[in-house]
Design a protein around this ligand. Structure first.
Ligand code: ADP
Length: 666
């Protein structure tokens, strides 16, 4: 099925289930980000730890290797000093030769600060360098020169060689450049006092995270420790660059979350409003009894409300998307329906709506009234047609029935009138016919009694006899016709006069509306029942109301006043003061009786109307009299005419018995 040109809300799509979770969805990015940040922090800490451990291991290994090198260096110097002592004994050198000895000069050149030759009594035999001799600039410049260590080599013939050396210089020569770049190397005593240092007197910054390894130099150097402090300290995780990034990221996410939350709130508010509106709309749609349909410009149904679906018996899904011919078109007039559809699509649907016939799914006939209007989109372009459909099957059926009833009533009225005409004719013709019959009988007798010598002409006699017979026959025929037409005996039954009045008035309602006549009913709710033929009494009510309506429609002498006058008919029921009768008053504000009395008005064939037959009131009177009642007419108090019909109250058997007993007692 191709997509419709536009998509109005489909009832089935309305109101998706409310996602409660979605309202807190704005927090999800924040939670995910926090989880991510936590993971990054964990990783940072772990990697910092790993780095620290790695650095520590490296530091230990470097410290051990440096300690080994340092010890080896000192031991080598001790070996060289020992060798110098042996050479001195072997050569029995005098102090000047000792001073010139190459081993002594080399030692001083390396890192000996001084060398002292002591004899067996520990007196100085020779001391180099001489006190006057300018000290080695390199050593003097070294602030740690004061802190020195010494090596000693004993002489076999007594005495010893003592070489003082600068541990700082030993360090400088022992520590390779790459190690000096990596670490600050110091020699410290057990109290932390610095003996020698590669940082040349600079204070070591006591920064956190800086690793230090202290290794004892025993036995090479008593009470001395080699201390290595890593220059590159491991940056704490919370100060690392990724941490800065993470912090920025958290701030960013916080800001985004705040904006997102605001957005979600706005959306939620809009959604709430939309839901309320949708609920209202759907409730309104469901409560509608008018069918609604929207069609695109090709005539495809794009929207159908529930009322229409129920009206035609097809489901919403079956209808939406359908192109003509529609399933609810009567099968026997599809062509006609198609022509009408094309007319509507061309925009020529009658503005005031049009009536047509549809077909319910179960085969029932549907009479509908359709109003078409253009359907426009938000930009004002026409995108289809919107139709509202009224199911007028029932009103139409009622109208047909009412029309039938009115016709039947008119037929009955005509028959009654004919009967009445016949009765009147019979009554009027009876006398002349009887007279004809009597006269002919008299003439016949007279002629038969005449002289036997001159008998009457038998032909004349025969003719006279025939005349009498024909007159009698005519009278009988008239009587029979009357009997035939009025043979319906009144069906007397106890009943409510109010109900009869309401029934009669209801039949005239439409006619009165059309004529612009206002009818008011004032019915006594406590009216006792009457014994009457409801159909006949109803006919009297109808006749009186219709006469009043005719009188109101009559052109008045003062036509302007008549035009302005409000046309009113009032029908009242009440009980007469003596309680024995009930009365119906039909009054109007028409021209009134103008001095005419009821006898004149009820005279057969009396009418002032152009098309009037003048039998209505005559019939009314005979009906009322048949019920032992009376018909009267007089001028209404506010102008106009008032016709009153009184009928006896239905007397119960008990009441009659009580009355009889009362009479007997009197
Ligand atoms: P029709 O209605 O055929 O004229 P009716 O016997 O019903 O015959 O009425 C007789 C006449 O009585 C009417 O033509 C009219 O002149 C007069 N009449 C009846 N009702 C009224 C009324 N409400 N007001 C004035 N005149 C009336």
């Amino acid at each position: 099925m191709p997509e419709p040109a536009f998509a109005p809300p489909h009832p089935a799509l309305a109101l998706p289930p409310r996602p409660r979770l979605r309202r807190g969805l704005w927090a999800l990015p924040l939670l995910l980000s926090l989880a991510f940040v936590a993971a990054v922090l964990g990783w940072l800490r772990a990697s910092e730890q790993a780095e620290l451990e790695e650095q520590r291991a490296e530091l230990i290994s470097d410290a051990l290797s440096l300690e080994a090198q340092f010890s080896a260096r000192i031991e080598r110097e001790a070996g060289l000093l020992q060798q110098l002592a042996q050479n001195l004994e072997r050569r029995s050198q005098a102090p000047p030769a000792f001073a010139a000895a190459s081993e002594v000069q080399q030692g001083l050149h390396r890192f000996w600060v001084s060398i002292t030759w002591l004899d067996a009594a520990n007196r100085i035999v020779a001391h180099l360098p001489e006190q006057t001799q300018a000290p080695d600039a390199r050593i003097v410049n070294t602030p740690s020169v004061g802190l020195s260590a010494h090596l000693q080599a004993r002489l076999a013939k007594g005495g010893a060689l003592v070489a003082r050396y600068s541990p700082t210089e030993v360090l400088r020569q022992t520590v390779p450049w790459w190690l000096a770049r990596k670490y600050d190397v110091r020699l410290v005593d057990s109290f932390g006092g610095v003996i020698a240092s590669t940082t040349e007197g600079r204070d070591l910054p006591t920064l956190p995270g800086r690793q230090t390894q202290r290794t004892s130099l025993e036995p090479t150097l008593a009470d001395a420790y080699l201390e290595l402090s890593a220059r590159d300290r491991v940056t704490p995780w919370y100060r690392s660059f990724p941490m800065t990034m993470v912090a920025g990221f958290v701030v960013l996410i916080g800001a985004i979350t705040w904006m997102l939350r605001r957005q979600v709130r706005d959306v939620s508010r809009a959604e709430r409003a939309w839901r309320t509106e949708a609920a209202w709309r759907s409730a309104m749609e469901d409560s509608l009894t008018v069918g609604l349909r929207a069609r695109d410009l090709q005539g495809r149904l794009v929207y159908v409300n529930r009322a229409l679906a129920d009206m035609v018996g097809w489901s919403l899904d079956e209808l939406v998307g359908r192109l003509p011919p529609m399933p609810y078109w009567p099968p026997d007039s599809v062509e006609q329906s198609m022509q009408r559809h094309e007319r509507n699509m061309a925009g020529q649907a009658p503005r005031g709506g049009y009536e047509t016939r549809w077909h319910h799914r179960d085969g029932r006939r549907l009479d509908v009234m359709i109003f078409e209007a253009p359907l426009v989109d938000a930009l004002g372009r026409q995108v289809g047609w919107m139709g509202s459909i009224l199911d007028i099957t029932e009103p139409k059926r009622l109208l047909d029935r009412e029309r039938g009833q009115t016709e039947t009533m008119a037929h009955h009225a005509r028959l009654t009138m004919l009967g009445e005409v016949a009765a009147t004719l019979a009554h009027e013709l009876n006398q002349p016919l009887t007279a004809i019959s009597s006269y002919s009988a008299g003439v016949l007798n007279s002629l038969q009694r005449t002289d036997a010598a001159q008998p009457a002409d038998p032909l004349v006699l025969r003719a006279l006899q025939r005349l009498g017979e024909q007159a009698a026959q005519a009278g009988r025929i008239v009587q029979r016709i009357r009997a035939f037409l009025t043979r319906r005996e009144p069906q007397l039954e106890p009943g409510s006069l109010n109900a009869i009045v309401e029934g009669g008035v209801a039949l005239l309602q439409r006619e009165l509306e059309r004529r612009g006549v206002q009818l008011s009913l004032q019915l006594d709710a406590n009216l006792p029942e009457v014994v009457a033929d409801a159909v006949l009494v109803e006919q009297v009510v109808i006749n009186l109301v219709r006469n009043a309506s005719d009188a109101l429609a009559e052109p008045d002498a003062n036509s302007d006043a008549a035009a302005l006058r409000e046309r009113r008919i009032e029908v009242r029921t009440l009980r007469t003061p003596d309680q024995r009768f009930v009365r119906i008053d039909v009054s109007d504000n028409g021209p009134g009786l103008q001095g005419r009395r009821i006898e004149a008005l009820c005279a057969p064939f009396y009418s002032t109307k152009v098309e009037g037959m003048g039998m209505g009131l005559a019939i009314c009177r005979s009906i009322v009299e048949a019920h032992h009642g009376a018909l009267d007419a007089h001028e209404a108090p506010g102008g106009g005419a008032c016709f009153s019909m009184t009928l006896p109250v239905a007397v119960s058997v008990v009441a009659v018995a009580a009355e009889a007993a009362e009479v007997a007692a009197a």
